[in-house]
Write a protein that binds this ligand. Structure first.
Ligand code: NAD
Ligand code: ZN
Length: 244
C-alpha cells in the first residue's frame, strides 16, 4: 500500500537514496540470485565467478563470463528502471545504489549511480586497472592494450571485497538521506544489507518494495508488496503530481 505519510515525507525531502537488487531486473528477464534459475542456485557459480578461477584458470573463467554476457546481451530496462530515472528529477540530492551488474540503470538513463558490485559490461586490467568500457566478448582471454595484462570483467568476484571508495559513498548517501527505498533485494548480501539500517538510524523514512518479505521488512516504515515494474511507475506518477 502507498500511504499518505510516504507522499508527505517525499514532498518534504531534498535527499533521497535508493538501493536496488536483482529483483528490479527480474521483469527484464534477468534471473534473480535466489530465483528458480538453476545457475544462480548452483554451487558451481560460486566457483566460476571466483578470483581464484580467474587467476589459475583464466580460460575457463572467460568461457563462463562470455556465456553470461551472451545471455544478457539483449536485455532491456523495464518500467521500474525508467520510473527511477523520473524519481531523480525531483530531488536536489539523489543516489541510486545498485547491487546489480547488468548495466540496466545506466541504459535507462539514471545519473547518480553507485555500482556496488561493478558492471558486467566493463573490463578492467588485473595488473594496471585500466578500464575498457565495452568489454569485447568472444575473446579467449582479453589482454590490456596498455600493459598486456589479463583483462577481467569489472565486477566484484567471489573471494574479493568491494571497491572501498564506492562503498563509502554508498554509506554516506544512506546515512544522510531523508527517504530511503530498498527495492528488489533480499537483504542478505553484506555490506549492502546494512545500508537501510544506516538510513533508519539517521531518521530516514524507510520504504521497501518487494514481492516477498525479507529480513528488513519488520524494520521498515512502509512495505509495498508487488513487482517493482508495476509499483515504481505508480509512485513516479504520484511524485510527478506532488511536485507540479
Ligand atoms: P536476490 O536474488 O538475493 O533477491 C532478489 C529479491 O528480489 C528477493 O527478495 C525477491 O523477493 C525480490 N523480487 C523478485 N522479483 C521481484 C520483482 N519483480 N519486484 C520486486 N521484487 C522482486 O538479489 P540481491 O539481494 O540483489 O542479491 C543478489 C546478488 O547477486 C547481488 O550481489 C547481485 O550483485 C547479484 N546478482 C545480480 C543480478 C543483476 O545484475 N541483475 C542478478 C542476479 C544476481
Ligand atoms: Zn593493464
Amino acid at each position: 500500500m502507498i500511504t499518505e505519510k510516504l507522499l508527505i515525507r517525499v514532498k518534504g525531502a531534498s535527499t533521497v537514496t535508493v538501493l536496488t537488487g536483482a529483483g528490479i531486473s527480474a521483469e527484464s528477464g534477468v534471473p534473480t540470485f535466489r530465483g528458480k534459475d538453476g545457475l544462480w542456485n548452483n554451487q558451481q557459480f560460486e566457483e566460476l565467478a571466483n578470483i581464484s578461477t580467474f587467476e589459475h584458470e583464466p580460460q575457463k573463467f572467460w568461457d563462463f563470463y562470455n556465456w553470461r554476457r551472451e545471455k544478457l546481451k539483449n536485455i532491456k530496462p523495464n518500467l521500474g528502471h525508467f520510473a527511477l530515472v523520473d524519481f531523480e528529477r525531483h530531488f536536489s540530492e539523489f543516489h541510486l545504489i545498485t547491487q546489480n551488474v547488468d548495466n540496466l540503470h545506466r541504459v535507462a538513463g539514471s545519473k547518480h549511480i553507485l555500482e556496488l558490485h561493478g558492471n558486467l559490461n566493463r573490463n578492467r586490467c588485473s595488473q594496471c586497472s585500466a578500464i575498457e568500457e565495452h568489454g569485447s566478448d568472444k575473446i579467449k582471454v582479453p589482454k590490456c592494450q596498455k600493459c598486456g595484462g589479463n583483462m577481467r570483467p569489472d565486477v566484484v568476484l567471489f573471494g574479493e571485497s568491494l571497491n572501498q571508495e564506492i562503498l563509502r559513498e554508498a554509506q554516506e548517501a544512506s546515512a544522510s538521506c531523508e527517504v530511503f527505498f530498498s527495492i528488489g533485494t533480499s537483504g542478505l548480501v553484506e555490506p549492502a544489507a546494512s545500508l537501510p539500517y544506516l538510513a533508519k538510524a539517521n531518521g530516514a523514512y524507510l520504504v521497501e518494495i518487494n514481492e516477498e518479505d525479507t529480513p528488513l521488512t519488520p524494520n521498515v516504515s512502509e512495505s509495498i508488496r508487488g513487482p517493482s515494474g508495476k509499483i515504481l511507475p505508480r509512485l513516479a506518477i504520484l511524485f510527478d503530481k506532488l511536485f507540479t
